[in-house]
Design a protein around this ligand. Structure first.
Ligand SMILES: [Zn+2]
Ligand SMILES: [Zn+2]
Length: 332
């Protein structure tokens, strides 16, 4: 294992264990130093014990680099691998086993921390058959949303990458903002080109209930929208759920064939159980998605699976238990 690989795996493990940004950043900084330094110099310094003279290398990161030269598997990394396993309850495992892909995740193109390729390689390692790349739409400037030009460039990049990772499938997509009037933050011709479209509310979350209901119904009724992302927008203990009439919204999801996402991020776990029950009653389709912004977060699906198991979501209604081809047929 090279020092860079070790750092990236450490960051992956820290991410999946919800570590703070500070620790993650220290390892990424050290990785960048290693990348900018000739490999012979790193090895020489590791043997001489002078790694810490390099910028951004401290005690822990110097030790990890040294361990990559002395051990097949650096002991620090082995310990971290064991300590950061994501727990899966037996009930959630049933759902996890049925999932074939992940329909909502981000890359460095918007506000994610990893390249598309890194996300793909991780997804392959997790046994997924496909992923849908859903970076943010233009209006979400804080998250570097993609305008037409950048989205088209991303689609070109994906085309190249697809050939390299086959038979794994990369499906194109976007997490499109639902604007205040329920229209979508992307032109129709681009929405048309994407394989899968997730639509989410990211602004004016405190909108009056009736208006929010109309806004969401209009969005999920769009023929371009396939999945309603994190429907209440809640952040547990930080931001209350948006208010809307779930009967109207979920009836519309069922009628227009838009899946209701079960978002696996622990701070979201959206929809909450009482809303999930209403969506099941309406006969909705569902997805269980990671909404990952880093490779380690692709391992968060068990959290969403636990929500699905607790709510007894019928497995056959979960769209990402389908194969990529079945999923594409379903969205069409
Ligand atoms: Zn979102
Ligand atoms: Zn997202």
């Amino acid at each position: 294992m090279t020092p860079v690989e070790a750092f990236e795996r450490v960051v992956h493990c820290l991410d999946r264990a919800h570590a703070t940004g500070f620790k993650v950043r220290a390892y990424l900084t050290a990785r960048d130093t290693v990348l900018a330094t000739p490999a012979e110099e790193i090895e020489r310094r590791a043997k001489a014990g002078t790694l810490k003279e390099l910028p951004g290398i401290g005690d822990a990161t110097a030790r990890l680099i040294t361990e990559t030269f002395t051990h097949e598997m650096p002991p620090y990394l082995a310990k971290l691998e064991a300590e950061t396993q994501v727990e899966v309850t037996p009930e959630a495992q049933v759902y996890l086993d049925a999932l074939r892909g992940d329909c909502h995740l981000h890359s460095r193109w918007s506000d994610g921390g990893a390249t598309i390729e890194a996300m793909v390689r991780t997804a392959i390692g997790l046994g997924h058959e496909y992923l849908v790349l859903t970076d943010h739409s233009p209006r979400l400037t804080v998250a570097h949303g993609l305008n037409r030009e950048r989205l088209e460039a991303q689609l070109d990049d994906i085309e190249v990458l697809r050939a390299q990772v086959a038979p794994f499938r990369i499906l194109t997509g976007m997490e499109v903002d639902i604007l205040e009037d329920g229209t979508l933050d992307l032109d129709d011709d681009l929405l048309e080109r994407l394989d899968v479209v997730v639509a989410s509310v990211h602004s004016k979350l405190k909108m009056e209930r009736r208006q929010m209901t109309e806004r969401m119904v209009r969005a999920v009724a769009s023929p371009h929208v396939d999945i309603l992302g994190h429907c209440t927008g809640r952040l547990i203990d930080k931001r209350p759920p948006s208010q809307f009439d779930p009967d109207y919204v979920f009836a519309a999801c069922a009628a227009f064939g838009t899946a209701v996402e079960i978002n696996s991020r622990v701070e979201r776990l959206d929809p909450p159980p009482e809303l999930l029950a209403i969506a099941i009653e309406h006969g909705c389709w569902f997805t269980i998605d990671s909404d990952a912004h880093a490779t380690g977060q692709l391992e968060w699906l068990p959290h969403g699976c636990r929500v699905a198991a607790d709510g007894a979501v019928p497995i056959e209604r979960i769209v990402n238990t389908k194969t990529a081809d079945e999923l594409l047929a379903w969205v069409a």
